[in-house]
Design a protein around this ligand. Structure first.
Ligand code: HSE
Length: 305
């Protein structure tokens, strides 16, 4: 095989309380990537839909991971990557991770799966470094593994897949761009012990809620006392969306990744759709363009299209 086309899911990182350690993959939206094996050891990045992408592979979120992969190959090969970008960069649903994860999963198929999933996460994190200045795997890991993942550690990598009950996910993407690097820059570097205690109680509660299929516990644990109070200032209408969606029956939710997208979890599709309408009403009133998605958790990760 010398060419493969893959579907690369959007992801919600942090899951409110789990900054940099929790993430989940979504069934929609997703990017499509066509990756070809080249004999010449080069990396070519092509935009499949005219979307402007950095063409220097070292500066591209798909290119940097492939360079890292090339460095571990005995026989030098190259790759051409055609990206059809449906997940808008700066949206908060893992656009850079989809490119990074899609590139390495596709390349690994072409190399007869010689690398492990953990290796692929390690390579793909070079893409996150390009995008945000730091390596983090809370979009990459769910994008590659599917489902909900806990990244207990990135050095060394320790990734745990977390089972969960059926959940419906409603996402609103207000049409403003928030760069992850900027959204990290504004965070305080130190936290109060009382906030840390509350936060790790919530992380443990959320993971326990997923494993025990306990919707009430999931809802109670979707609370972030450290990151959200700072970042929510970047998102017009955030507090209103959150409170109105909970009133409409959402279990809970918050900023998706570093924003500006906001996500909400619901037990059933009717509630998820009602929440979509609440989000639409709020952004119509504000007069800000938006996209919404009503979707479910993706359990396959990057897959052949
Ligand atoms: N955990 C990262 C952050 C995710 O919140 O900065 C970025 O998508």
């Amino acid at each position: 095989m010398s060419k493969i086309t893959v579907q690369c899911p959007a992801t919600v990182a942090n899951l409110v309380c789990g900054f940099d350690v929790l993430g989940m993959a979504l069934d929609e939206p997703y990017d499509i990537m066509e990756v070809s094996l080249l004999e010449e050891p080069v990396i070519r990045i092509v935009s499949g839909d005219g979307f402007p992408l950095p063409s220097d592979p070292a500066q591209n979120t798909a290119g940097a991971p492939l360079i890292a992969m090339q460095d571990e190959l005995e026989k030098p090969v190259g790759f051409e990557v055609i990206i059809h970008k449906k997940i808008k960069p700066g949206s908060g649903v893992g656009s850079s991770a989809a490119s990074a994860a899609g590139a390495v999963v596709a390349a690994n198929h072409l190399l007869k799966n010689r690398f492990s999933k953990e290796d692929l996460v390690r390579f793909a994190m070079f893409g996150e470094k390009v995008a945000s200045g730091v390596k983090h795997a809370d979009n990459i890991a769910p994008c590659i593994y599917g489902g909900i993942t806990l990244i207990r550690s990135i050095f060394p990598l320790d990734i745990v897949s977390i089972p969960a009950p059926l959940l419906h996910v409603t996402v609103v993407h207000p049409q403003i761009e928030v760069k992850t690097a900027d959204a990290r820059q504004i965070l305080r570097k130190e936290v109060l012990l009382k906030d840390a205690i509350r936060q790790w109680g919530n992380i443990a509660g959320l993971v326990a809620g997923f494993i025990k299929n306990d919707y009430e516990l999931i809802g109670r644990s979707l609370e972030d006392v450290i990151i959200e109070p700072v970042r929510s200032m970047l998102i017009p209408g955030f507090d209103h969306v959150k409170s109105q969606c909970k009133t409409a029956g959402a279990l809970g939710g918050g900023i998706s990744g570093s924003g500006p997208s906001i996500f909400m979890l619901s037990r059933d599709i009717q509630t998820a759709r009602a929440i979509e309408q609440v989000m639409k009403n709020i952004y119509n009133d504000i007069g800000l363009d938006y996209h919404t998605y009503v979707t479910t958790i993706n359990h396959t990760g990057v897959k052949t299209a």
